[in-house]
Every structure is written in C-alpha cells, then in structure tokens.
Design a protein around this ligand. Sequence first.
Ligand SMILES: [Zn+2]
Length: 200
Amino acid sequence: MRLETLRFGINDPAPHLTPDVAVLDTNTGNLCSFCGQPAGLHAMRIGNAFSCVLCGLVQSLHRTTIDEELRLIWLPEMSQAALNVMVRQIHIDLQELGESVYCDDTPKSSEGMRTVLYTAQRILRERSETIAERLGSSRASDLADALTVLVDRHVGLQNLPWGGLRAFPTGRFYVGGVNAYGKIISSWRGNTEASMKEVA
Ligand SMILES: [Zn+2]
C-alpha cells in the first residue's frame, strides 16, 4: 500500500522542544493551528497558537510520558499534519466500533472496518523499524535528547533536514498520570458538547 502524498497548506508541526506548552483542562472549541481539525479536550496552547494533542505532542518531546505517546517513524510520503489527521480519523472510527485505539492492541473481532483500520495502524507503526535502522532508535525521548544537544550548540531546528521523520501517535495521552486519550477522542466526536447539553 502506498500512502498518498498529502499537503494541507496548514502549518506543519516539526518535532521540537517548545518550552511554553500549556495543556488545557477544557474543550476550548478552537481549531488546531497545525492540522485544522477541532482541537478538542486538553488542547495545548503553544505561544499564541492552539493545538490538538496529536500536533502538540510533536512539539512536546520533553514530556516524561512521551515514549508511551509517540513513536518515531519514517514516512516521507506524508506530512506530519496529514499523518495526524489520518490517525485521528482511525482512532475516531475505532472508538465508535468499541475497540481499543492503542496501536499495539488487536481488534476483538474482524467485523466491519476493524481489519482495515488496524492494518492501516500496523503499517504506520511498522515504519518505526525503518527509522530505527536509520537513527538507531525510534524512541521520541532519544530524539528529544539529541535536539537538546543541538539547541545547546545553537543549531536552528527549523533548518534541519527532517526528511521523512514523523512522529506516530500511539493512541495514548497522559494527564496527571492518567491516560485521558479516550475522553479526547470523545470530544472530537462531539460527545462532550452533547453530554453538556444533556446536563443543561
Ligand atoms: Zn492538530
């Protein structure tokens, strides 16, 4: 399967360390400045921009949970923003089917779209083997360490040849030590607004 080259013309988040990333507790209703999708619950504020967690993670490699949340992959066919939009849709579809969204899990059955969704996720996940061959590691924290060294040497990160390096979201996002990613997907599906209306 060859993935189409997709470019959305929106800011493409490059992997880097942003010191002033704030994870918000609420659903702001803002669109993500990087992929153009609804930012949803636990959106991140990066400077003046709002980011969904998928685009925000790429810029938050200093997180202590980052190796649980991201894996480095080699995917030159697709921009980081396009990858994030595709992974978001896979996760939304899996949650609607009542399946785990975590990339290492397997579906409970092969009914409906499950096999297609898990196969797409597996193909992306397996691209981490290519990056491990090229860089010696597919751990996001190792990239964070390397970037810290480059920043100390005053290397302009935006000028680095990123090539096909991408960060693949695993299907987890931790807030206060708890995996909150399922609630975040629900907010993307609009369930947060629906439940708030029901309460009102
Ligand atoms: Zn985004």
